[in-house]
Every structure is written in C-alpha cells, then in structure tokens.
Design a protein around this ligand. Structure first.
Ligand code: DMJ
Length: 634
C-alpha cells in the first residue's frame, strides 16, 4: 500500500502495485526494471510508489464513471479543509446524500492513507519530510523554533549571568579614570604601595615573597604570590602601569603547573581570591581562566574520607595530604575557602567548586559545638572537630566566624543557616570569651584552652572581629554587635597606641588582676609585628558604617607608625621583631603579600571619600581583602 498526502489531501488506493515481471512479455525488460528497482533506496522507492498511488487515485476520483452527476463535480466535495466538518459544508441539492457518502468515504480513505503512510515511513525509517513543501515548512518551523529557543536561551543566560554574578558594580566604576581624585592620606598610602612594588619588581619579580633588607626573594607556592595577591590593589588604587605589569605576568609568567605542595587555604584566599577579584573588577577573561585552572588543581584536597579537605595539595600531581606537622587540618582553613569556591562556580557555571565547599560547611555545621564555638582543629579522615582543641577567634579559628557572616552576605542574605550559625557563635563568644581588662576595662576576646579554660590571650588576628561585628550590624543584626565591634576596635587600636613604636605586637595578654598598672602584657616572643591588616580592616568597616572621623585618625597614626618603624627607604616595608623597642625594632626582612593586599588597601579605602568605590552592599571582601560581588541568591 502506498499513499501520499499534500496540502492536507490524502488519497489511498488500497493496494500496492506490483511489477509482475514473471508474466512480462520481455524477460530482459523485467530484469532491467527489477535490478533498477532494487538499486533504489527505500526513500526513492517510497516516493515512486506514492506517485503511482496518487495518479491512480486521481483516476478513480475524476473519472466520469465515478461521478454522481456525470460531471467533474468533485469540487463540490469538501476535501479536508482543516478545521472544517466536511458534512456541514455540503451543497443542498439532489445529490446531497451521495455527496455525503462520498465525503465520508474520502474522509475514511484519507485517514487510512495517512495511517498507512505513517506506518510505511516508520518502516523505511523515513520521516514525513518526503513532501518538499512540508520539508521546507518544517525546516522553517524548526529554524524559527531554534531562533526563538536561542533567544530564550540567551535571555536565560543573561538572567543566569545576572543571577550568577549578582549586581555588576565593577562595570560601572572606572578605576583608571584619569580624573579620579586622591586626598593626601591616600596619596601617602599609594606612595607606600608603589615603593614596595618597584623594589619587589627590581629584586624579586615573579617570585612569591620579597626580603627587602637582603634584597632577596623566596618561594612559597612558586606562583608570583606578591603579584597575584595584588592585581586588585593596583586596580583599586588606579595604578594603571602597575596593573599592566601584573596583567602581563598573569598572561605570560603565571603557571600553576608546579611540582609544589601548597596550602589549600592560603593559596585560595590569596591567589584564587586575587584572580577572582581581578576578574570582577576588570571583566578580563584571562583572570577567570587562571582562576579555573587553579581551582581545578585544588579540588583533590576534598577527596578525603570525610570530604573535609586535606590542608595541602601538590599543584601538579594532585596528591593531597594532611599537614606535615600533624594529622589535623585547621578549622578556619577548611571553612575559609567557601566564598572563593562559590564565586568560582558562579563565574564558570560549574557547580563542582561550590558543591565541594558546601559539603564541608554542612559537615562542620552538623558537628557538636560549644554554643556555636569551634575548636581550632578538625581531622580530615574522620571529619571530627578535635574537642580538646583550643577555642579561639585568633589563629586557626578566626575566619570560620568571619565567613559565616560573609557567606550570608555573599548569598544575598538568603541562606539563613550562615546567619544563624553566626548569631549563635557571637552569642557563644560573648558568653565564654569576651572580657574586660584591668585597669582600663578594655574589651577583648580571650581563648578557651582545651575548650574549657579561659586564657586572656588575644592575637592581633582577632582584631578583624570589630569590623565583622559592625558589618553584621549594617546588615540588620543587633545594635549591640556594633557597640561590641566599636569596643573591640578601640582595644585593638590601644594595642598599637600603647606600644613604644605605636605598632601592635602579634599577641597580647590582658591583665585580669585589679590594681595592676597596665592592661597589656606582651611576652618577648610575641613582640613582633608582621604588618598585619586586621585592625585597619576594622577601622575601614567602622568608618564606613559610622562615619566617625576618629577611625580615620587612628588609621593615619598607624600608617605613620608603619612608615616610621617598618619602612626601608627605596625598598618598601618589612615586618619587625620588637614593637616595644622604638629605638631598635629590628627588621625581620620580609614583606608579607598581605601588607599590600590588605593593610595598604584597607588604609587606602579608609581614607577614600568616594562613596561609589566598592560599596559594602555590593561587595564582600574575602579574608585576604579581595572584593567579590554580592549575589542575589545562593
Ligand atoms: C591574611 O592572609 C588573612 O587576613 C588571613 O585571614 C589571616 N592572616 C593574614 C593577615 O594577617
């Protein structure tokens, strides 16, 4: 059987004509036809059969023998006007009954033919595109659909992009605008940055760290750390020449294909964070590509039995392991990579980075805690927090708390689990760790040794918390957070002001005994200063949030103290050994990359009068001072 339909008309003959070659008068003619027929493809055969059928049908239909009134009145028979009922459209004349019957028959034939055609096409694997018009129609339709779909996809992409990247303030701010104004304090900070940069460039370019006294360099990760950690600093300060140098290094000098064990946390916050920030501030795909390459090389850290990451990984082999000094990872380290990995997922569209760090967060979230407070060690094998570990807002604990708040902010305040954990931790901190010193009643955050015994020790690292509390308040958390943030920042400033150099030691102990002459006790081994940023970071937040000028003045005094005691003319800045000895603080011969990436950056931002420069409702700074966009959702 064969049929063909065109323009909605289907005709069926009820049989498939057979070529009766055996009874043919000419055997050779038959053979030729048979062979020719066999050589045809299924499609060709189908078309021929259809053609024959339609000719036959026309013959039956239009031949006078088959006409009711002897005329070619077939035109009176409604033939499949789509959507019409043929019976309703018949003429009212004497042949109506016959016409009706014929119409019904034709309808039946049409349906039958249609089914047969479909079956046949299925059999031959032919789609109903044998009709060229239909093919063209279908093609147009497909193209139209594709066009529409592509547009829809594009629209979706735009939506996705907006959703993925959140607001895009970076594109609205021209960092290299020649008309950007800098006040005197900002100019002084820029000068300090440029001095460090040019000395590093001269003596250590492409190496991780610079030693300004010996004019030597050293490697940590082997990735030009000081450059990558500071691409965004050059952008934010509007230093186009330095930015171009950094970009050139990122283009031609930077490689992560290194047989080097790196610390997951450190390289994430400094290098991955630096690249992500550079990408957001410039939109330059190069930084995204580099960030993705690094992110991929760090992922093996998460292949631990508990999914809590190992602390270290070899960049080339992907071999991940616990630190050399012990079986545990630091709690703050495994919980201070989430902002960067989430951002990497957003910009690449690949959820694997976010998923890896989310799992870690969820795991730590589910672990038992002391009123929201965590011990500073966690085992990557078992995933257990070490309960006998110290509880601290300083080394190895600090940024766990910082990233609870900042993840809530980064996700557009949509993920309440972060906020709730943060609120619980602040409450736990107030209950167990916040005390006042004697005699001046300075508010500070101590530690719980072995998770139990209070120690009045506070690392300079803890000084981030004043700013974090203020940032929480700015985002709707209770006002007493701001008050506590102010008190803590005042204490941190006193850690500078009370020292002969006006620079803070690395660690202080607060006096608890009534009647003692001084609030601060500094042990000889804790008297060094690494040019750390936490206090000026808090000053930056507190100034932005309260607009109280005293925070700028404190920041300026700190900057001047750095300049006086940590500067080596023409070579930039070095960490120092003894903040208690103003006559001879002695250089440690090291420029930490965070001095430029955080300390100077936060000072520059603290002194800035430009309200459009990195607004806090559009950017969240990672723990290394790299601004990343706030999204509208998780
Ligand atoms: C930086 O790398 C980061 O601020 C980190 O959170 C703590 N240590 C240094 C600065 O002190």
């Amino acid at each position: 059987m064969s049929s063909k339909h065109r323009d909605g008309v289907s005709i069926n003959l009820g049989f498939v004509p057979e070529f009766d070659y055996k009874s043919s008068s000419s055997q050779s003619w038959t053979r030729v036809w048979t062979m020719s027929w066999r050589r045809l493809s299924s499609l060709q055969r189908t078309i021929i059969v259809l053609f024959v059928c339609i000719v036959a049908l026309c013959f039956f239909y239009f031949h006078p023998t088959f006409q009711s009134n002897g005329s070619k009145s077939a035109k009176m028979v409604p033939i499949n006007v789509p959507g019409d009922n043929p019976v309703n459209n018949l003429p009212h004349d004497s042949v109506r009954e016959m016409e009706i019957e014929k119409a019904h028959k034709l309808e039946e034939l049409k349906e039958k033919a249609q089914k047969q055609l479909e079956n046949m096409m299925k059999q031959h694997g032919v789609k109903d595109d044998v009709d060229e018009d239909k093919v063209a129609d279908e093609k147009n339709k497909v193209e139209e659909n594709n066009f529409e779909n592509t547009n829809k996809e594009k629209e979706k992409d735009v939506e996705k992009k907006v959703d993925m990247e959140g607001v895009k303030p970076e594109l609205e701010y021209d960092f290299f605008d020649a008309n950007r104004k800098h006040n005197d304090r900002q100019k002084a900070v820029i000068e300090a940055f440029k001095e460090c940069w040019s000395a590093y460039k001269k003596y250590a370019w492409g190496h991780d760290e610079f030693h300004p006294v010996s004019k030597k360099h050293s490697e940590w990760f082997g990735v030009g750390l000081t450059i990558v950690d500071n691409i965004d600093t050059t952008i934010i300060m509007g230093l186009e020449e330095e930015y171009e140098e950094a970009r050139e290094f990122a283009t031609n000098g930077l490689s992560f294909d290194k047989d080097k064990d790196v610390n997951l946390f450190e390289i994430t916050i400094r290098v991955l964070g630096g690249l992500l920030s550079a990408y957001h501030l410039t939109g330059d795909e190069l930084f995204k590509t580099r960030a993705k390459d690094l992110g991929d090389r760090l992922l093996p850290c998460f292949n631990s039995p508990s999914r809590v990451p190992y602390s270290d990984v070899n960049l080339r082999s992907g071999n991940a392991h616990a630190p050399r000094w012990g079986p545990d990872s630091s709690t703050s380290e495994v919980t201070t990579i989430q902002i960067e990995f989430r951002d990497l997922s957003r910009i690449t569209g690949d959820p694997k980075y976010k998923e890896a760090v989310d799992e870690v967060y969820t795991h730590v979230h589910d672990e038992p805690k002391k009123d929201g407070l965590v011990p500073i060690f966690i085992n990557a094998q078992s995933g257990k927090l070490r309960n006998s570990g110290t509880i601290s807002f300083g080394a190895r604990g600090d940024s766990y708390y910082e990233y609870l708040l900042k993840q809530w902010l980064q996700t557009g305040k949509t993920e309440m689990k972060y906020k709730n954990d943060y609120l619980e931790a602040v409450q736990g901190m107030k209950t167990h760790l916040v005390r006042k010193s004697e005699p001046s009643k300075l508010t500070y955050i101590g530690e719980l040794l072995s998770g139990r015994n209070f120690s009045p020790k506070m690392d300079h690292l803890v000084c981030f918390m004043g700013g974090t509390l203020a940032l929480g308040y700015k985002n709707g958390l209770p006002e007493d957070h701001l008050e506590l943030g102010k008190e803590l920042t005042h204490t941190c400033y006193q850690m500078y002001a009370k020292m002969p150099t006006h620079l803070s030691p690395e660690i202080v102990y607060f006096n608890q005994a009534e009647g003692a002459p001084d609030d601060l006790i500094v042990k000889p081994l804790d008297a060094h200063n690494l040019l750390r940023p936490e206090t000026v970071e808090s000053l930056f937040y507190l100034y932005r949030i309260t607009k109280d000028e005293k925070y700028r003045d404190w920041g300026w005094k700190i900057f001047l103290a750095f300049k006086k005691h940590a500067r080596i003319e023409g070579l930039g800045y070095s960490s120092i050994n003894n903040v208690k000895n103003a006559g001879n603080p002695s250089f440690r011969d090291k420029l930490e990359s965070f001095f430029l990436a955080e300390t100077l950056k936060y000072l520059y931002l603290l002194f800035s009068d430009d309200a459009d420069l990195l607004p806090l409702d559009q950017y969240v700074f990672n723990t290394e001072g790299h601004p990343l966009p706030i999204y509208k959702s998780a």
